[in-house]
Design a protein around this ligand. Structure first.
Ligand SMILES: Nc1nc2c(ncn2[C@@H]2O[C@H](COP(=O)(O)OP(=O)(O)OP(=O)(O)O)[C@@H](O)[C@H]2O)c(=O)[nH]1
Ligand SMILES: [Mg+2]
Length: 325
């Protein structure tokens, strides 16, 4: 089967660093104690102490290396990911923190190298090993603090959705217009739906298959008709998807005008034209609307392709497919 292309984003690992240093020392002691067969007592002591420096250092260095490289590199992200990231965390702080931990690990690497060199020349191998341990342990507090911060950041990074590069429908509209309900109806996915605005706080994905074609439905948080700089972080996630992802826009209108008039909704819809994407209007909540509201909407949105969502799910999907091709 052909491999599905997705907009991949590295998912950072979680590191429990609480006992990292103690574990490293325990591991080094245990492994070094297995060294045997050296007759000369001094040489034996030297070998064990040298092994402890090596093993203790390597243990920490490896764990931190794996952890640090599990984080995505900001400059390698695409625009959607970069903006998703920026809506979740302070990019500057993230870069600074990752750079800081990298530096601490470099210090440990250098300490290891230096002490391995000095143990060779020393007639007190145990003292050199102790100095090494002491120096490394003096970094413990900083390492723990940095890992803790990065674990928090990592948790947020794992939230960024993996978008598939397949035909997609981006669902947009005012809060509470019924976007997520539509996602659920056509894809069967089960995100939260509720009778208050901004229920959806992040991008939600669902899929349906038409014959052999898989279609991705990208549900976005509600948008208000206001200037970019006035938008909250939740709205910005919707703008990010609408601006930076490929797909047609399914703009959901609340025909019952419970919170926003048809004219207000039309104004936001007109803004969408700037995005230069194909737009379909979904006239929703037909059951709550009067005949006048439905007729008015048909007139108001006549320049657009529109569908009435009161229809069967199957027909709804067929219409989406038809508009997409
Ligand atoms: N009567 C009726 N209620 C609907 C219809 N579609 C959605 N609703 C209700 O409207 C409310 C909002 O629905 P959601 O799907 O959460 O709306 P949303 O646009 O995703 O809302 P946000 O995520 O907050 O932007 C819920 O109580 C739904 O049950 C409809 O066609 N008819
Ligand atoms: Mg929603």
């Amino acid at each position: 089967m052909k491999k599905m292309k997705t907009i991949k984003i590295k998912k950072p690992k979680y590191l429990d660093a609480k006992n990292l240093f103690e574990d490293a020392m325990g591991y080094a002691r245990k492994e070094a104690s297995k060294i045997s067969g050296i007759r000369n007592k001094n040489k034996m002591i030297y070998s064990k102490e040298k092994a402890r420096i090596n093993l203790m250092g390597e243990y920490i260095i490896n764990k931190l290396d794996i952890y640090i490289t599990s984080f995505p590199v900001v400059s390698e992200l695409d625009q959607f990911q970069k903006e998703s990231l920026a809506s979740l965390i302070q990019l500057k702080e993230f870069k600074r923190e990752l750079g800081y931990l990298y530096k601490l690990n470099t210090v440990i690497k250098t300490l290891k190298k230096k002490n391995l060199a000095s143990i060779k020349r020393s007639d007190k191998p145990e003292a050199v090993r102790r100095i090494f341990y002491g120096r490394v342990l003096s970094l413990k507090k900083d390492v723990l603090r940095s890992v803790e911060k990065l674990n928090e950041i990592g948790k947020k990074l794992r939230e960024i959705p993996e978008i598939k590069l397949i035909p997609s429908v981006i669902v947009a509209g005012f809060p509470n217009s019924g976007k997520t309900t539509l996602l659920k109806r056509v894809t069967g996915s089960e995100p939260e739906i509720a009778a208050y605005p901004f229920t959806t706080k992040k991008i939600e994905l669902g899929y349906f298959t038409d014959k052999y074609k898989e279609v991705q439905v990208i549900d976005t948080p509600g948008l208000l008709d206001r200037k970019e700089e006035e938008r909250n972080l939740i709205e910005r996630k919707a703008v990010n998807a609408l601006t930076n992802l490929e797909g047609i826009i399914l703009f959901v209108i609340d025909l019952s005008e419970a919170s926003f008039s048809l004219e207000e909704q039309k104004k936001l819809l007109d803004e969408m034209k700037k995005l230069e994407k194909k737009i379909i209007v979904a006239l929703n909540k037909e059951d709550l609307a009067s005949k006048e509201q439905i007729d008015k909407a048909k007139e108001l949105f006549k320049e657009f392709d529109f569908i009435l969502t009161g229809e069967q799910d199957k027909e709804l999907k067929e219409k989406l497919i038809e508009k997409m091709s």
